[in-house]
Design a protein around this ligand. Structure first.
Ligand SMILES: Cc1ncc(C[n+]2csc(CCOP(=O)(O)OP(=O)(O)O)c2C)c(N)n1
Ligand SMILES: [Mg+2]
Length: 546
């Protein structure tokens, strides 16, 4: 066999059943022959985003793979890889590479020379007999430590070089090994948490990757500590739980806001504790504790007083045992009136926001769109994601994430257009779920043509475009250009575009028409067709910030 065939067979052994791709790349055909379904995207960034959405929903247990040609393919994928790197998503990139006779010649693009800042490991897989070694290292990097993209540049000469068929026999799929924390660290952390007056837990996506939601619920109930999530951690704790504070991102629930005002102790569970525009800041002067499997993130942005380094599930089991040894098998009751506080804050929150969520305005309020979506689908059976801009700001605090990965929160980088590929990758990972991505009109412009990928490949997702004809609030960033040139404005008929790309498309202008239009779109999805609903919305600038 040749190098391509060997890579394809190794991918198969690693559990890869499909890959997103864009040619010219001979690996695509080798994979197809191994029964790995190739899904050809319309541009590389969307293909990378698909691999990313797949890895997220699979919690990195199976890895999303994207392959593309050397030169333009490798160059054009950069944005997608940067997004995955910023959000800590494990994906495997296999760009073609210059043959060894053409390296180090201007202006040939060499991926390994250019991707260093946005991958955790990369190599030039330049000798056919080293393929198993490189693939093993790549999968090991993907399954250990802080998740991130990994890149194997695969030059043509290694791809066509022959190797005995037996080369595949010795390849063993990578096992993910895990570790817990130092028991003394766990004891100190739990002791301090139990002594605090109003401790809260801020949960990140480490809990999702460790599949530790049940353990987190158990610990929270045992100790009666309320739980908020970061943007990436949204869905790691059920948002209908009496101890749930909701999401604390750039926009934040009132329950999270008040808890952060009151607290004297925050435990960051499975989080990098990154300071970002899209995460709530931790209050000054409170005791901080942090648990992560990436030791390099301890003390990165916040100096912490207590730490527990390890896999979130193992650490939570340790914390549960420690809490039981201090409190007894049944834990402690509602020592700080926490549940009533949350219930009261939640009532205040919805008293304030129900007028927005039930708005009858024309043009339509985006909040009303979310309300109708929440009524039309069971959030437990859905995976929802936003795009960059006000759609994210507006949906994040209100969409109820009730089970793990039912919402994909993102925003360490905030690339417009990411949500579409992400949603398609999520559908590949969870075909039984109703996938919804909510994007603005500027976001659609970035990636909308990949609706055709969804039609052609029968990936039936629902895209909701909030078409307000502007980039919301951008008039404020360039007032002169707005007044004289309309630089904040956009135009387009996106339902028509979607129809032209083979999807079900419908434009909705009146609030009364939202619910029936959603039903028609969901029906199209059930028939295997992607759908796009173009909601003619107002430029709504009000967001849940306190
Ligand atoms: C690739 C990229 N370029 C620029 C930005 C900055 N940005 C964030 S939101 C936004 C405008 C979004 O407008 P739209 O999609 O119409 O959503 P709206 O906020 O109007 O609902 C821009 C330009 C970005 N996030 N990504
Ligand atoms: Mg807009």
């Amino acid at each position: 066999m040749n190098g391509d065939q060997l890579v394809a067979k190794i991918l198969k052994k690693e559990g890869v059943e499909w890959l997103s791709c864009f040619p010219a790349q001979t690996l695509i055909d080798a994979c197809a022959r191994e029964g790995i379904r190739p899904i050809l995207c319309r541009q590389e960034r969307a293909g990378v985003n698909m691999a990313d959405g797949f890895s997220r929903v699979k919690n990195g247990k199976t890895i999303g793979v994207f392959t593309m040609q050397t030169g333009p393919g490798a160059e054009n994928a950069f944005g997608g890889v940067a997004q995955a790197f910023a959000d800590n998503v494990p994906i495997l990139l296999i760009p073609g590479g210059q043959p060894s006779t053409r390296t180090d010649v201007h202006p040939n693009f060499e991926a390994v020379k250019n991707y260093g800042g946005i991958t955790k490991y990369m190599a030039n897989m330049n000798m056919v007999n080293r393929i198993p070694e490189f693939m093993g290292m790549a999968f090991s990097q993907l399954k250990h430590g802080r998740p991130a993209p990994v890149l194997l540049e695969f030059p043509r000469d290694a791809a066509i070089a022959e190797i005995p068929d037996s080369a595949i026999d010795n390849y063993k799929p990578v096992t993910a090994f895990k570790s817990g924390a130092n028991p003394d660290d766990v004891r100190d952390l739990v002791s301090a948490l139990l002594k605090a007056d109003y401790p809260v837990i801020n949960t990140g996506q480490g809990v999702l990757y460790a599949e530790a939601t049940d353990d987190l619920v158990e610990f929270a109930e045992l100790t009666n500590v309320p739980v908020m999530t970061t943007l990436a951690g949204k869905s790691a704790f059920p948002e209908d739980h009496p101890l749930a504070l909701g999401t604390a991102a750039s926009t934040i629930t009132l329950m999270s806001h008040r808890a952060l005002e009151k607290t004297d102790f925050v435990l960051g569970m499975g989080t990098s504790f990154t300071i970002s525009n899209f995460n709530a800041s931790m209050p000054a002067g409170v005791t901080l504790a942090q648990s992560t499997n990436a030791g390099e993130d301890i003390n990165k942005d916040y100096r912490v007083d207590f730490g527990a380094v390890g896999d979130a599930k193992i650490v939570l089991r340790q914390m549960i045992e420690e809490a039981k040894s201090q409190l007894g098998e049944h834990g402690r009751g509602d020592v700080h009136g926490v549940r009533d506080n949350i219930a009261n804050d939640k009532k205040d929150y919805y008293d304030q926001w129900n007028p927005y969520l039930n708005s009858d305005e024309v043009p339509i309020s985006p909040y009303r769109v979310f309300t109708e979506l929440m009524k039309a689908v069971n959030p437990r059976d859905a995976i929802v994601t936003h795009d960059s801009g006000y759609p994210r700001e507006q949906i994040v605090p209100f969409w109820p994430a009730l089970n793990p990965r039912s919402y994909l929160g993102w925003g360490k980088s905030t690339q417009l257009g990411y949500g579409l590929g992400l949603a398609m990758g999520a559908k590949m990972a969870a075909p039984e779920k109703q996938i919804i991505n909510v994007m603005g009109d500027a976001a659609f412009g970035m990636s909308g043509l990949d609706i055709e990928t969804a039609s052609r490949s029968e990936i039936p997702i629902l895209t909701v475009v909030l078409n307000n004809g502007v980039m919301t609030h951008y008039y404020d960033h360039f007032p002169y250009a707005t007044e004289h040139w309309g630089t904040n404005k956009l135009g387009g008929e996106y339902a028509n575009v979607a129809q032209g790309l083979g999807a079900y498309g419908e434009r909705v202008s009146s609030p009364d028409d939202i619910a029936p239009a959603i039903q028609r779109a969901l029906a199209a999805n059930r028939e295997g067709k992607p759908a796009l609903l173009e909601m003619m919305t107002k430029e709504e600038e009000t967001t849940s910030k306190y």
